[in-house]
Design a protein around this ligand. Structure first.
Ligand code: URA
Length: 220
């Protein structure tokens, strides 16, 4: 292999296909084109490549795609909503690293009526076994006779975080949908379907976040 004109025999030699000129067996190698997909994951599908028990995975929904992509973060099996799939590792790191504070918004149906004080506790941060949660944005959407629907925007993405936050209030999540990642909302995307993110959407997501939570969405 030749890297920038020099012969390299070390199989562990790192190359950056965006910057280095790599020639293998006389033919130039090119970086695969970056692709960013927005998938509306249905409840029941696993965020994994293959399930030993043969359960449905997000890849079953993407058979039309001829490029290898991986999920940016994960959603629980019982959670539906937006999941980005990409082959762009830098982009994925930006969106998932909690230090970058990229906000993720969830619509929650919980098993009890929540008081304003309980919603305020979610806003201020609740104590979980892995430490207190960061301040969150919380908006009551509606109450039915004995259940509350609310939207919550968090910037961490710990394991089962929203479910555990609601359990800390002595309630339970009955339904959880991720309705937005940063400024990108579900809008008219149908459940089980996907689309390619536009260049502008990718740019907005890359800009989104920031250590002090800049870019955090104010629920409408
Ligand atoms: N919080 C949860 O509890 N589950 C998810 O899938 C995502 C966020």
């Amino acid at each position: 292999m030749k890297v920038n004109g020099k012969t390299v025999r070390d199989p562990e030699h790192w190359v950056d296909l965006d910057r280095d000129q790599v020639v293998l067996d006389g033919r130039p190698l090119q970086a695969e084109k970056k692709i960013h997909i927005l998938l509306y994951k249905p409840k029941g599908h696993l965020t994994t490549f293959k399930d030993p028990d043969g359960r449905a995975t997000v890849y079953d929904l993407m058979q039309r795609l001829d490029q290898w992509v991986f999920p940016v973060g994960r959603l629980d099996q019982d959670t539906s909503g937006l999941l980005i799939m990409t082959n762009d590792t830098d982009f994925a790191e930006h969106v998932t690293n909690p230090e970058h504070h990229v906000p993720k918004t969830y619509l929650v149906k919980c098993s009890t009526l929540l008081t304003d004080e309980q919603l305020e506790r979610l806003r201020n941060g609740v104590e979980l076994r892995d430490g207190p949660t960061r301040p969150a944005q919380v908006k009551r959407v509606r109450d039915s006779s004995n259940k509350t629907f609310f939207e919550i925007t968090i910037t961490e993405g710990r394991n089962r975080q929203v479910r555990r936050m609601v359990e800390a209030l002595e309630s339970k999540v009955l339904k959880l949908v991720r309705v937005a990642i940063g400024p990108i909302r579900i809008n008219s995307l149908n459940i089980g379907h996907w689309r390619v993110l536009t260049g502008e959407e990718v740019r907005l997501l890359r800009k989104c976040g920031g250590r002090r939570g800049a870019g955090m969405l104010r629920p409408a």
